[in-house]
Ligand binder design. Structure first.
Ligand code: SF4
Length: 318
């Protein structure tokens, strides 16, 4: 039974040691269409769990071997918040983690449980998945346990984001012909306008899914990113199967695109042809475009846009 895995390096979270809170088999309150694990009946609690002592001793041994870890990621073959001793475990990990931060990856359903809500407040970083808001699309994509209601999850995500002091990330995974409609994106947008988070990562299916569904293309993800309010920190996170769709943009079109949605170098390599990339470099040199850091990632934004946001903050009514 391997409880600790890694280290693995991710662009988004740095060097991570993973803790698998369900190392024997899949135990999850969802059975998502896109899950990379095999389909399984949903459960509301774990039947088999390693003890806190077992996990902490394995973690201490791994940290002694790999002292330069950025994050200790609580995850599972399934949903980590179903681990029955989560509160005790997070307290124990917080005492042995040294310079590392704790990160939990959850499907958000357990946030509606007040005890788990309080427990997650103790993590340094939390990533919440939120694939849909409308009950029928949520049922189709995430195939939750019968006791789970998306409207309770939505309220809990908003409330959590207002109390949480650490770094909060939201992840939305788009599945072709399910949650990629303008109506569903508008509902997600409306909800996310109430969520206080560092970044909203949008992606699609990158690994073989549990059920016969397909992902969407990089250009569709880019088009979706433009449908969210430009104030939201949306970032296209999925590039594994990204096909370059390089296009020609005028200088004004570059500024308009970056104004609507800041882009990373990776996005630019996929979206802009060579001449457009040179035009962007010229804009950076002439300080019309600035590279900024947001939640550990670098984005290009029009300098005017930064000024506008700064003056908005300065003139915000008291
Ligand atoms: S929540 Fe995660 S582990 Fe559970 S079914 Fe969905 S993708 Fe799989």
């Amino acid at each position: 039974m391997e409880i600790i895995f890694g280290p693995v390096t991710s662009r988004r979270f740095g060097t991570s040691l993973g803790i698998d809170l369900s190392p024997t088999h899949k135990q999850c309150n969802f059975d998502c269409l896109y899950c990379e694990l095999a389909p399984a009946a949903t459960v509301t609690h774990q039947e088999q769990s390693p003890s806190v002592a077992q996990i902490v001793s394995a973690l201490e041994a791994a940290l002694a071997k790999h002292p330069h870890i950025d994050v200790i990621t609580l995850t599972a073959n399934g949903e980590p918040t179903l681990y029955p001793y989560l509160n005790e475990l997070i307290d124990a990990v917080n005492t042995v983690k040294k310079r590392a931060q704790t990160l939990i990856l959850t499907n958000s359903a357990s946030l509606a449980d007040k005890e788990i809500f309080q427990t997650l407040l103790k993590c340094d970083q939390v990533k919440l998945s939120l694939d849909a808001i409308s009950p029928d699309i949520f049922q189709k994509i995430d195939r939750p346990h019968a006791s789970i209601d998306i409207l309770h999850i939505k309220d809990a995500v908003i409330e959590f984001s207002q109390h949480y002091q650490g770094k909060l990330f939201i992840e939305i995974l788009f599945v072709h012909k399910l949650n990629d409609t303008p109506e569903e994106i508008a509902l997600l947008n409306e909800t996310l306008l109430h969520v206080n988070c560092e970044r909203i990562d949008i992606g699609t299916i990158d690994r073989p899914p549990a059920y016969p569904v397909s992902g969407i293309s990089y250009s569709e993800l880019h088009a979706i990113s433009q449908q969210f309010d430009s104030e939201l920190p949306v970032h296209i996170a999925s590039r594994l199967q990204a096909q370059a769709c390089q296009s020609h943009y005028s200088t004004q079109a570059i500024l308009n695109t970056l104004d609507k949605r800041p882009l990373t170098r990776g996005d630019i390599a996929l979206l802009f042809d060579n001449a457009t990339q040179q035009r962007l470099e010229a804009l950076v040199k002439s300080k019309k475009v600035t590279e900024i850091e947001r939640a550990g990632m670098h984005f290009f934004v029009p300098s005017e846009n930064l000024e506008r946001k700064r003056s908005k903050i300065l003139t915000k009514p008291k």
